[in-house]
Design a protein around this ligand. Structure first.
Ligand code: ADP
Ligand code: MG
Length: 366
């Protein structure tokens, strides 16, 4: 099911008397979610992710704009008629019901022509349970399950009616690191197997990047960029997006362009950029550094962190916003840990320039 958001806006009345105007949780969203895809809605806490999901599910009514499922305008349609499955961070299972009864619950509420026989219900419940691999735990109660298992039950419950759209609001946040990894792979597998158009909300960029076909990066109710994870990582439209994606984070320096030379401090980084004279942010991905004695950029070496296959050279620079600059280089490189200075050459495709005022990316050629 293709989903279209058209100028979708949601305002909430402001309860803070010191600030004027409404809170614009979702500000004029217009984009299309392709049929059968998994979309990651990504942004810091409070940026409007849950509000967007609640608008899609029908739990909230928009202030303006429209939502289409396929060719149907569902903006005025109540939640129960939208064919949407919802999963929340806190599982929200019924504690007194068994796994089987929890998964069956949405089916028992079906009325009229949709009503199912006990046999049909059991069949659907088992099918959903198998999909999330909890079919051996059907008679347990939620408090007899691990967090990961509880979340699987919640996903099965959302899937049992075979929704047209599956909405997941930070579904992995309550799981420990290993389970988070495992469960996100599971969600990807289930999404592939069912082909259900799925919107996955998270504030964790790595999570969104790893499983999404497309990511939507948002901040303060505004969509900043939509694209394939790698495209957004390689061509962030602005400084916010560049900083939000990537671990360790991108290293941001204050620099300037003068007579086509790009400077960080006194060092000339590139000597022929086609950019007008101005101050810029120079943002360098951790993997953009090449250790080299006569390299273009000198930093103050503070340490080396071993990460197995790679090492992370930690340094500082007076022009850098980051407290510590992290440069990821191959572990075969030898770093003289006793040295005060370390020099790097830079990979141009890992170096972005941003306008100091608009913070938008400046395209440049060497
Ligand atoms: P996220 O899920 O990205 O953390 P939300 O969608 O929950 O963000 O919230 C977006 C913004 O809308 C926040 O500023 C939040 O305080 C505000 N907000 C959310 N729900 C309400 C509400 N019912 N009343 C007033 N403000 C709200
Ligand atoms: Mg939220």
């Amino acid at each position: 099911m293709k989903i279209v958001l058209q100028n979708l806006t949601k305002k909430f009345p402001n309860r803070n008397k010191k600030v004027k105007g409404d809170v614009i949780a979702v500000n004029d969203f217009t984009f299309e979610i392709p049929d059968g895809s998994l979309i990651g809605l990504l942004g810091p806490s409070g940026c409007g992710k849950s509000t967007t999901l609640n608008l899609l599910s029908g739990l909230l009514k928009p202030t303006a704009g429209k939502i289409f499922f396929g060719d149907d305008d569902v903006t005025g349609l109540p939640a129960e008629k939208r064919g949407v499955g919802l999963v929340f961070q806190n599982y929200a299972l019924y504690p007194h019901l068994t796994v089987r009864q929890n998964i069956m619950f949405p089916l028992e509420n079906l009325k009229g022509a949709d009503k199912l026989s006990k046999e049909q219900m059991n069949e659907k419940v088992l099918e959903a349970a198998k999909l999330v691999q909890i079919d051996e735990l059907m008679d347990r109660k939620p408090d007899e399950l691990s967090g990961g298992q509880q979340q699987r039950v919640a996903i099965a419950r959302a899937l049992v009616k075979m929704p047209k759209v599956l909405l997941l609001d930070e579904p992995l946040s309550n799981l420990d690191a290993r389970l988070r990894l495992q469960t996100r792979e599971e969600i990807r597998r289930i999404q592939r197997e069912t082909g259900i158009t799925t919107i996955f909300v998270t504030h964790d960029q790595e999570e969104a990047m790893s499983i999404s076909d497309l990511i939507v990066v948002m901040k303060d109710g505004v969509v900043h960029q939509i694209g394939k994870p790698q495209e957004v990582y390689d061509k962030p439209v602005n400084l916010f997006v560049a900083k939000f994606l990537g671990t360790p984070p991108i290293n941001v320096f204050h620099g300037k362009v003068e007579d086509n030379k790009l400077y960080i401090g006194k060092d000339v980084i590139f000597d022929s950029v086609n950019v007008d004279n101005k101050e810029v942010y120079v943002a360098i991905r951790p993997e953009g550094f090449i250790l080299k004695d006569e390299g273009v950029l000198g930093c103050n070496l503070t340490g080396v962190e071993v990460m197995g296959r790679d090492i992370s050279v930690v340094s500082t620079h007076e022009c850098c916003e980051n407290v510590a600059i992290r440069s990821i280089i191959d572990a075969d490189n030898m770093v003289n840990v006793g040295a005060k200075q370390v020099r790097f050459d830079l990979k141009p495709n890992k170096v972005f320039l941003f306008d100091k005022e608009t913070e938008e990316r400046i395209d440049y050629q060497l």
